[in-house]
Design a protein around this ligand. Structure first.
Ligand code: CDP
Length: 227
């Protein structure tokens, strides 16, 4: 990354919070890209999937049904969004529960204010990279940079399989692909804030990119948008 890009980002941040919105389906690479470009540009990072995962995890822990509105909304109202540990929430069972609670409009409503205020006033005072499913469409539609990260389903399933295989004996890549496709269908088909590429978002297909190349491609998009 060039010093010139950093200097331009610094100027943009001085003029008001600078937001980069990153959306995409499961295991597309959006989370790692978001974390890495936030570090490179000295911006805050918000992983909004962790909010839905925290709600899903809380419901599972209490022995509840993630699709039950009353239970899921109570869990969404009770989480402390500023104090989550995303690393503890990355199991496939929690991902599945997250996508069920995320389809409930009142759960999304309960998590909206925190995300909107993070975008409007990032804690570090400069700007934020926010990743999820509805960032460019709902949370920060005014963000100057919007990136939709995607990859072929089979490649995403392979990546997720490698991530999960040590913690799940007997897991197969075919099972991971089936889960991922079911989750994509639920995320894209729900009535509120479905997963979709915003009209003005740039598409970044990571199917043939390793993570360093994907991060470089995302930074190139940021640079191109600022030109
Ligand atoms: O890492 P991965 O892409 O598998 O999932 P995640 O980003 O941690 O999100 C978990 C689930 O939360 C997704 O399947 C969505 O159903 C939901 N989610 C959402 O609805 N809206 C967001 N902004 C972020 C996540």
């Amino acid at each position: 990354m060039t010093a010139a890009l950093r200097a331009r980002i610094d100027r943009r941040c001085a003029a008001g919070p600078f937001v980069i919105a990153i959306d995409g389906p499961a295991a597309s690479g959006k989370g790692t890209i978001a974390r890495r470009i936030a570090a490179a540009l000295n911006l805050d990072h918000l992983d909004t999937g962790a909010l839905y995962r925290a709600v899903g995890a809380a419901v599972l822990e209490a022995g509840g049904d993630p699709a039950d509105e009353e239970t899921a909304v109570a869990a969404a109202r009770a989480i402390d969004a500023a104090r989550l540990d995303p690393a503890t929430l990355r199991t496939d069972a929690i991902g599945e529960a997250a996508s069920k609670v995320a389809a409930i409009p009142a759960v999304r409503a309960a998590l909206l204010a925190y995300q909107k205020s993070f975008a409007a006033a990032p804690p570090g005072g400069r700007g934020a990279v926010i990743d999820g499913r509805d960032i460019a469409t709902v949370i920060a539609p005014e963000a100057p940079v919007k990136i939709f990260v995607t990859a072929d389903p089979a490649i995403r399933a392979h990546r997720r399989y490698l991530e999960l295989k040590d913690s799940r004996l007997g897991l197969t890549e075919a099972a991971v692909l089936a889960d991922l496709e079911a989750r994509d269908r639920r995320d894209s088909g729900r009535s509120v804030a479905p997963l979709r590429q915003a009209a003005d978002a740039r598409l970044l297909d990571t199917s043939r990119l390793d993570i360093d190349a994907a991060v470089a491609a995302a930074l190139a998009i940021v640079e191109a948008v600022l030109d």
